[in-house]
Write a protein that binds this ligand. Sequence first.
Ligand code: DHB
Length: 390
Amino acid sequence: MFSRRSLLAAGAAGLILSSAAQAQETVKIGMILPMTGPFASTGRQIEAAAKLYIAQHGDRVAGKKIQLLVQDDGGVADQTKRIAQEMIVNQKVAVLTGFGLTPLAFAVAPLATQAKVPTIVMAAATSSITEKSPYILRTSFTLPQAAVPLADWAAKEGIKTVVTVVADYGPGIDAETAFKNRFGAAGGQVTESIRVPVANPDFAPFLQRVKDAKPNAVFVFVPSGVGSAFMKQFKERGLAEAGIKLIGTGDVTDDDILNSMGDVALGTITTHHYSAAHDSPENKAFVTAFKAANKDMRPNFMAAGGYDGIALIYQALKATNGATGGDALLAAMKTAKWESPRGPVAIDPQTRELVQNIYLREVKSVGGELYNVEFGKAEAVKDPAKSPAN
Ligand code: DHB
């Protein structure tokens, strides 16, 4: 005979077991993004793309249920850190993702290392981020990756003198350095390097300086969302009329805002890893589905980073057969490769950066809308800041 007490104890143990089993059945992905503030478009794009990936591929992988937790850090590093801590300790997330700006990624690096949680940077693009923790991987890009092929193109085009204008923080300084070194090695000359404040920059005085310096071209890096303000001033200052060509990394002609910039953007030459106009069946399907799910919003490079970040998690979970230990997931992520809307991509196991094509693009009007139309590419580009031979 079973006593009442032993039955009760067995029942309680069963309850505990089943809730533990249930917890193990669910894989939580913690996503921290600027959903408010000046960089909210980055958060909006990444969240939409991540949700699209899950809707298209189902919310079960290797027998596990995927749960996406999205929280807004407002673009403030202290908030990113606080939310990451809460997600690790209380939510027990298997992976951290998001990170709309470099300082936000820097803020979580020590936590990722301490908790051994794979952390996928989907937006921020300063080269050194992946060196801040062995648990950080990246599905966005690095500024040197984008800037080096542009320096090669500019030198080949016979551009001799360039003034650089960059946002004064990590990615801007990376862009400035990579462009200047490569262009200089190819025989060109950066005659002046101007750094502008990151928050609410007034480009007018800086662009007047560019106009007075009369270079063949101005190279620009501004973070996603800021391109419109730059273009407006570029037009008002009459730089194009003064014969100064506009070139830059593709952040300035971000697909989220490009179509609203008007004719001033036409002819801008940029290099980047993703264009909504990229001509592949995978990208056509991605753009169509993204627009259908988000009231005609056009995906930009941030969306590509978010979509691919979830693809990376799904691939790793399949490889581990659903095991969610940080080290097992990290090991699987380091050898991942897949076909992205941007083209073929792979994680470089040495650096945890994404090896990807960088495309040369020109802003053109296609069917009455402005697009970054690709006209060339550098294939399988590693982060040149870490792989000098590339
Ligand atoms: C970063 C942010 C951006 O919006 C961008 O386009 C590139 C880099 C960053 O903060 O790292």
